[in-house]
Design a protein around this ligand. Structure first.
Ligand code: PXP
Length: 238
């Protein structure tokens, strides 16, 4: 099975919202990513709509539904939105007010377990595949399986933020064991958060991982690698 890449294009919308402009357009970004081989387009619609909005989801699902992977929290509001636009898959993630980015995997409690399981079932009934974003530990993986998820996305934040070789190796071992357990429980395994051009390969090499979801590092690189063309085009005009 070849390793798939989901490109998270949230930060195209972050740039657009910095000017409350109409560009750069996430739809154009999705088209470019798919054209050069991205397997999925990932967007995270947050309650504060600070980058992607419901309107973006609507436009992207209309054009590229089979490739669309939505990240959202497990509120009734987000469930309703996902059911309205029907992306191919949804990753349920935690959301803390004011967070700069997702801070980690779902922290299951008896109360949110019932909500997450209900949302999982409601989405699956409409043929939307459900992924749960979890920390790479056995308890989280087992709970995700009990929720009836199709996929677990292993949170690589601890790995990407580890500062010593020893800490990185420990994180990789945790990811490897989590991946094996998830496969054993019949789950598809994805991974993401904080992955970049320097740290991605050891995770990509782990057994069982089918898809990597990567955003910030790709968009950040695109800004710099696109700058020479953008400046040359303006100079030519002048
Ligand atoms: N996967 C999930 C569940 C996320 O919440 C995020 C960040 O939105 C990513 C992957 C992508 O992380 P990054 O932008 O750091 O590559």
């Amino acid at each position: 099975m070849s390793l798939k890449l989901g490109v998270n294009i949230d930060h195209v919308a972050t740039l657009r919202q910095a000017r409350q402009a109409t560009y750069p357009d996430p739809l154009a970004a999705a088209e470019l990513c798919l054209y050069v081989g991205a397997d999925y387009i990932v967007i995270h619609v947050r309650n504060d709509n600070r980058h992607m909005s419901e309107k973006d989801l609507a436009r992207l699902c209309k054009a590229y539904r089979p490739y669309m992977h939505l990240e959202c929290n497990f509120s009734e509001k987000m469930q309703k939105m996902a059911l309205k636009y029907k992306p191919a898959s949804v990753c349920i993630v935690p959301e803390e007010p004011g967070e700069v980015t997702t801070t980690g995997g779902l922290k299951f409690t008896p109360k949110n377990f019932d909500r997450i399981r209900a949302m999982t079932e409601a989405l699956q009934k409409k043929n939307i595949r459900v992924s749960l974003f979890v920390s790479p530990d056995a308890a989280s993986i087992r709970t995700a399986a009990k929720c009836g998820a199709d996929i677990v996305e292993l949170c690589t934040r601890d790995y990407s933020e580890a500062t010593t070789k020893k800490a990185k190796e420990k994180c990789l071992r945790d990811l490897a064991l989590a991946s094996l357990l998830a496969k054993e429980l019949g789950l598809e395994v994805h991974a993401g958060h904080g992955l970049d051009y320097e740290n991605v390969l050891p995770v990509a090499d782990l057994c069982g991982i089918g898809c990597m979801n990567i955003g910030f590092s790709i968009i950040a690189r695109a800004v710099l690698s696109g700058l020479p063309n953008a400046v040359s085009a303006m100079k030519e005009l002048l």
